[in-house]
Design a binder for this molecule. Structure first.
Ligand SMILES: CC(C)(COP(=O)(O)OP(=O)(O)OC[C@H]1O[C@@H](n2cnc3c(N)ncnc32)[C@H](O)[C@@H]1OP(=O)(O)O)[C@@H](O)C(=O)NCCC(=O)NCCS
Length: 182
């Protein structure tokens, strides 16, 4: 799904653009995914596990734009992608078609400035528009800022998977599962 473009002013006065990533943004999207994966351990991949080619990224972006059950709300500072919030159908079977997954990550220089809250609210509206009934996500139990942002957006914890993640140094971290009924 293609979303309408919107300007957003961060709490420090900078202005960014929220819009759908397009095929011409493939390189910017790859750079963003690498950067956010390096900056914290809160995403699913280590940077070296990001192996998408430019062509694959191009294809993925096109698929999302044409899709009727997913959307990317991407944040641009000029030509640079600095954040993304994705929503996508959990699965296509009739019994679970009402459920939608959410994932979000901003570059650190854009965190703590109200942007996450803005994207979560926009994602909620977009998911409703697509006909979903609930938004679901998983978050590292030590990610206090993300958990605070999700709770502020109306998500509530419904479960916890012990030792869901194992970091390279052997540390285990639980996953907290959250849901927001639309
Ligand atoms: C998680 C994330 C999307 C939140 O977005 P954000 O723009 O940083 O959050 P916001 O500025 O909108 O803040 C939301 C709330 O979080 C809370 N918060 C902000 N910084 C916090 C911190 N360091 N610790 C605890 N709570 C914090 C505040 O209560 C804030 O609400 P308020 O504005 O009413 O005070 C963003 O920080 C991020 O992308 N982080 C890196 C990647 C990541 O962790 N992704 C999530 C993977 S599940």
């Amino acid at each position: 799904m293609k979303i309408a473009e919107e300007q957003f002013t961060l709490q420090d006065g900078r202005t960014v653009t929220i819009r759908s990533a397009e095929e011409r943004d493939a390189e910017a999207m790859l750079a963003y995914v690498r950067k956010t994966s390096e900056e914290t351990h809160y995403l699913i991949r280590y940077p070296e596990e990001i192996s998408f080619t430019l062509e694959q990224e191009h294809q993925i972006i096109g698929d999302i734009l044409r899709s009727e059950d997913s959307a990317w709300l991407t944040v641009f500072d000029g030509d640079r992608a600095v954040g993304n919030c994705s929503i996508s159908r959990c699965s296509g079977q009739l019994k679970v078609r009402h459920r939608c997954n959410l994932a979000i990550a901003l570059e650190q220089a854009y965190c703590g400035l109200g942007l996450g809250t803005k994207l979560l609210s926009k994602a909620r509206d977009t998911a409703k528009e697509l006909g979903f009934e609930q938004l679901e996500l998983g978050v590292y139990a030590d990610n206090e800022r993300a958990i605070a942002a999700y709770k502020k957006a109306g998500f509530r914890e419904y479960g916890r998977l012990p030792r869901a993640f194992r970091l390279k140094d052997g540390t285990y971290i639980d996953e907290i599962n959250m849901v927001l009924f639309l």
